[in-house]
Design a protein around this ligand. Structure first.
Ligand code: ZN
Length: 585
């Protein structure tokens, strides 16, 4: 016997078998019951949500020997014939392949004739948005004056592509994506009937990978069955077939990012890439994962899935601040948009991971969230304290967010008047910046700008280079330059000795004669620039800048590097034992 795909074998044959879309079914059944069936229906919605399935059941219900009935008997010769596609009164047209005006004109000609064995002629036009303009016009003529015995059911995933003249003549139903619970319910039935065993994790993964489409769920199930060599289908089997990244792995990467451990996060990402997962899929899965965390944090989870009972998932949700999740989602969406036109997708992914690992941002967000909680607690306290004496809780002055931030930031023993932060020896000094600005050359800047653009395209796979060229060169002298970046975290990263070496090497490849550079965060640069412009004049071209705190760490040389090398060696040893390769970029 020929193999029948699961989604065909388990296609619902009656209204009562259909999972989800209950409001649509109710409306259709009512129309049949009250003899108020429309001449044209438009079924819109995502793929695999039951549009053509319901169209066929509707055709059966109308034409059944015992009908029109709110439920087809599914046993009479007409019901059986419709199911097999042998009843001439029910015509299924795939507009993707029959999209010409001739096809529709042929249809228009056949509309005139009465149904042969049933009571209605039902035309089901799938993917109707694929019709050509001429075909739409031909169809419109029929829809304008439909014979009484004719019913059109148009199905589409993209209703906005339909002409308004068509839309206005149809009764429209919007099909919803199926909930994971609904898909799970159906999958369990199919698994039991087919005698297939799978773990709960595997079942859950199939349901969530399908993204609301039953057909996709059953197709994935089918593929996994042929792929799996075990008695029981496991989560790994499903992930291998679907190409999705497991929650466990996403959780590990996200935890490393939250800890500010970019190296670990990149290494974990590398492992995922080595399994053959594609960059867009990883990014998409991460976005969905973060969305789930957001929903979970807000008690807005609609589906009850295994993951939401996983202690690691729950712990992580508590640990991450909502603002960080939004920040990360921004980075990921941006990455999604920019990498579309690049074949260096991996570099973009790595850059996003590094941005997400920016610990300073994470700390600040956490602090803000803690303050918000604190504010809430104080407010609640003031309410309970205030109520018994019936005083107005609004009379109690709460400290503002800024005041609280100040309290949190300052050590307990802080002096009453906050002093400006001290300039320390281990950070870049204003004199170094002064020197470059006072000897800057326009021609050198132009030359470096040209090289800059070359680096952007030729080193698109080297993330350190990408961080650099994302910045703006503001001044160049004989052999040094100043680059301005959006934030301090990236400045400090680029100033590190190992990265400095890499960057100088890149410039050497272009014979750029660069021996050093300084990275400045935008806010600091804006202050310096204002000061410089105010003081500069042609008579006085050498400017003495005001001493301010730069905050960018000075480069630490060799002894620090040896320590890092040592740690790296140890790490490599550990990793070698685990048979994992260390990533080189
Ligand atoms: Zn029947």
């Amino acid at each position: 016997m020929a193999y029948v795909a699961l989604y065909r074998a388990y296609r619902p044959q009656k209204f009562c078998d259909v999972v989800g879309q209950q409001h649509i079914i109710k409306t259709l059944q009512n129309a049949i019951k009250l003899n108020k069936v429309a001449h044209a229906y438009l079924f819109c919605g995502p793929r695999g949500t039951g549009k053509t399935t319901l169209a066929k059941i509707m055709a059966k219900a109308l034409n059944c020997e015992h009908g029109p009935a709110i439920e087809p008997c599914d046993t009479c010769s007409i019901c059986q014939g419709i199911q097999k596609g042998t009843v001439a009164d029910v015509v299924e047209i795939d507009a993707a392949s029959n999209n010409g005006a001739d096809d529709i004109r042929a249809l228009r000609d056949s509309v005139k004739y009465m149904p042969s064995i049933g009571k209605y002629k039902v035309y089901i036009i799938d993917e109707v948005h694929m019709l050509s303009n001429a075909a739409f016009n031909a169809l419109l003529k029929t829809l304008e004056e439909p014979p009484k015995h004719v019913i059109f059911i148009l199905a589409t995933t993209e209703p906005y592509k339909l002409p308004s003249t068509i839309l206005s003549r149809c009764q429209r139903f919007d099909f919803e994506s199926l909930s994971i619970e609904n898909i799970l319910k159906r999958l369990k039935i199919v698994a039991a009937e087919e005698g297939i065993r799978l773990t709960d994790e595997a079942l859950n993964q199939i349901a969530s990978s399908a993204e609301g489409g039953m057909r996709d769920a059953l197709s994935l199930f089918d593929q996994t069955i042929s792929f799996s060599i075990h008695d029981e289908i496991t989560l790994e089997d499903v992930l291998a077939v679907s190409g999705n990244v497991s929650y466990k792995e996403l959780l590990q990467v996200a935890s490393a990012c939250l800890d500010g451990d970019g190296t670990k996060a990149l290494k974990l990402t590398d492992q995922i890439l080595k399994q053959g997962k594609e960059v867009p899929r990883i990014i998409n899965d991460t976005i969905l994962f973060l969305r789930d965390i957001l929903l979970f944090k807000n008690n807005a989870i609609l589906d009850d899935r295994l993951e939401f009972h996983n202690q690691d998932f729950i712990d992580f949700s508590k640990r991450i601040a909502t603002t960080i999740i939004y920040e990360w989602l921004n980075h990921l969406n941006e990455t999604n948009n920019t990498m579309r036109f690049s074949n260096q997708k991996r570099a973009y992914l790595e850059l996003a991971i590094l941005k997400m690992s920016d610990s300073k941002m994470n700390e600040e967000a956490n602090l803000l969230e803690r303050i918000e909680q604190l504010e809430h607690t104080i407010h609640m306290l003031s309410m309970t304290k205030a109520n018994p004496v019936k005083s107005n809780p609004m009379d109690i002055a709460l400290p503002s967010k800024e005041e609280l931030l100040q309290i949190q930031k300052e050590p307990v023993m802080a002096e009453p008047i906050p002093e400006p932060a001290k300039i320390t020896d281990n950070e870049v000094q204003i004199e170094e910046i002064e020197e470059i600005l006072n000897s800057a050359s326009k021609s050198r800047k132009a030359r470096l700008q040209a090289i800059w653009n070359q680096i952007a395209s030729e080193y698109s796979g080297v993330f350190i280079a990408q961080i650099l060229v994302a910045g703006e060169i503001v001044a160049v002298n004989e052999n040094k330059f100043i680059v301005v970046l959006n934030d301090l975290g990236f400045c400090n990263r680029l100033m590190r000795y190992e990265n400095y070496q890499k960057i100088i090497e890149i410039f050497d490849n272009f014979n750029a004669n660069i021996t050093d550079y300084i990275c400045l965060p935008k806010a600091i640069w804006n202050k310096i620039r204002t000061d410089y412009r105010a003081k500069y004049s042609q008579e006085n071209p050498k400017v003495k800048l005001e001493k301010i705190k730069i905050g960018v760490l000075k480069r630490k040389e060799p002894e620090h590097i040896e320590a890092v090398d040592e740690t790296l060696e140890k790490l490599k040893e550990l990793i070698d034992n685990e048979k994992i390769e260390i990533m080189e970029d």
